[in-house]
Write a protein that binds this ligand. Structure first.
Ligand SMILES: O=C(O)CCC(=O)C(=O)O
Ligand SMILES: [Fe+2]
Length: 384
């Protein structure tokens, strides 16, 4: 098992909120290979600071690079043979309804038949395909160690729930509209084949793109919006991109492209998740304030929260309580697995518990009660 561990120094938790809020003054994107960056450095330089980076040559040893690609081309035959009968989610980039791309489902083999045609009349994009969940024993890729601290997929795996691990296959010019990721999570994405152009906006910058009704454009266009801070990043074949929390982004496939990505949350961005959940909830409560004195008010707010944000308060609490209890166990039993092939070092566990403690305190302050027993057990472990 691979151990994720950080320097002792992170145990000095006093500046916890400062770290969260610190912003990078200069928007440039670092590039390095996995060999050049250790877990601890990635944790400090990119996850805690919440800034993007590119990691070079990540996927060359992955099984999918050998099997899905043949002589520098997508191996259509192999993909049809292995996955042809699976049903996959597909977006139609040319069909827009209610400010988003129309979605449908089709058999993988039909999508591949479409993709291999030299003349395509449509612009279809296979997105958010949970292939790893459907084929858990198919080890077509390996999670890079720097992306190993993944509470979201750890929780999903432990509880047999839908995961946040996806495969994307898109022809040249297919695109993903401007968005920020689910729950304010991070994402990482690796091009197994092809190239992407990413446009990323530092948090808050997207506000300048909103129209008078508060709607964002489907795609940002430099000419219509001069003077907006943004980063343009070309992600080459084999590269991983780290997309930080709350950074809006849009993507264009510059060639036919296959990528694998995860959305992930951990102790470095759990406070972002909490803050955006809370902000969403406050907005909803405000919007339906006229129902405030009805008995359904609370449930209505939670229903809307679930549909807009993807998760309600009860599930959020369940999520952090699960991780909290697991970390308390891990503190005693060093070998307990976390996510994928990873286990955690003591400093990492303590750091996780510290952030959980911070969020649980916030929940209690807002009267979204967390058991005091659990809080005081964590407190004892942290401050003994
Ligand atoms: O590759 C794409 O088209 C979009 C991926 C994305 O939005 C992400 O990884 O967060
Ligand atoms: Fe995204």
């Amino acid at each position: 098992m691979d151990v994720l561990e950080i320097d002792n120094s992170f145990k000095e938790f006093k500046t916890i909120e400062e770290v969260e809020l610190k912003q990078c003054e200069e928007w440039s994107v670092s590039e390095m290979t996995l060999k050049e960056i250790e877990y601890n450095t990635f944790f400090e330089q990119f996850m805690l600071r919440n800034v993007p980076c590119i990691l070079k040559n990540v996927s060359f040893n992955w099984e999918c690079s050998k099997k899905w690609i043949l002589r520098n081309q997508i191996n259509y035959e192999y993909l049809i043979e292995s996955y042809g009968d699976l049903v996959v989610p597909v977006a139609d980039c040319n069909k827009i309804s209610y400010n988003s791309q129309c979605k449908c489902e089709m058999k993988m083999k039909d999508f591949i038949h479409y993709l291999r045609k030299s003349e395509r009349t449509q612009l279809l994009y296979l997105k958010d395909w949970h292939l790893k969940n459907v084929r858990p024993t198919d080890n077509f890729y390996e999670v890079p160690k720097v992306f190993g601290l993944d509470w979201l997929n750890e929780y999903a795996q432990d509880n047999n729930e839908d995961d946040f691990r996806f495969v994307y296959i898109g022809p040249q010019n297919s695109w993903t509209p401007l968005h920020s990721d689910v729950y304010s999570s991070y994402s990482w994405s690796v091009n197994v084949f092809g190239r992407k152009e990413w446009t990323l906006f530092p948090p808050g910058e997207e506000r300048k793109l909103k129209d008078s009704l508060g709607n964002l454009p489907l795609m940002y266009n430099e000419k219509s919006f001069p003077n907006i801070q943004h980063l343009k990043i070309i992600q080459e074949s084999g590269d991983a991109i780290f997309v930080p929390s709350g950074w809006y982004h849009q993507v264009v496939n510059l060639q036919d492209t296959i990528s694998i990505n995860h959305n992930w949350i951990n102790s470095c961005n759990i406070v972002f998740m909490w803050k955006s959940l809370h902000e969403n909830l406050l907005t909803i409560e405000n919007e339906i304030e006229h129902l405030k004195d009805t008995p359904e008010f609370h449930d209505q707010c939670q229903l809307i929260l679930k549909s807009l944000f993807g998760i309600d308060l009860e599930r959020f609490k369940k999520f952090i309580i699960h991780i909290a209890q697991k970390r308390l166990h891990q503190l005693e039993e060093k070998s307990l697995k976390s996510f994928d092939r990873f286990s955690l070092g003591k400093n990492q566990i303590l750091f996780d518990l510290n952030k959980i403690h911070f969020v649980m305190n916030k929940l209690n302050l807002e009267n979204y009660k967390i058991h005091n027993d659990l809080l005081s057990i964590i407190q004892k472990k942290l401050f003994k």
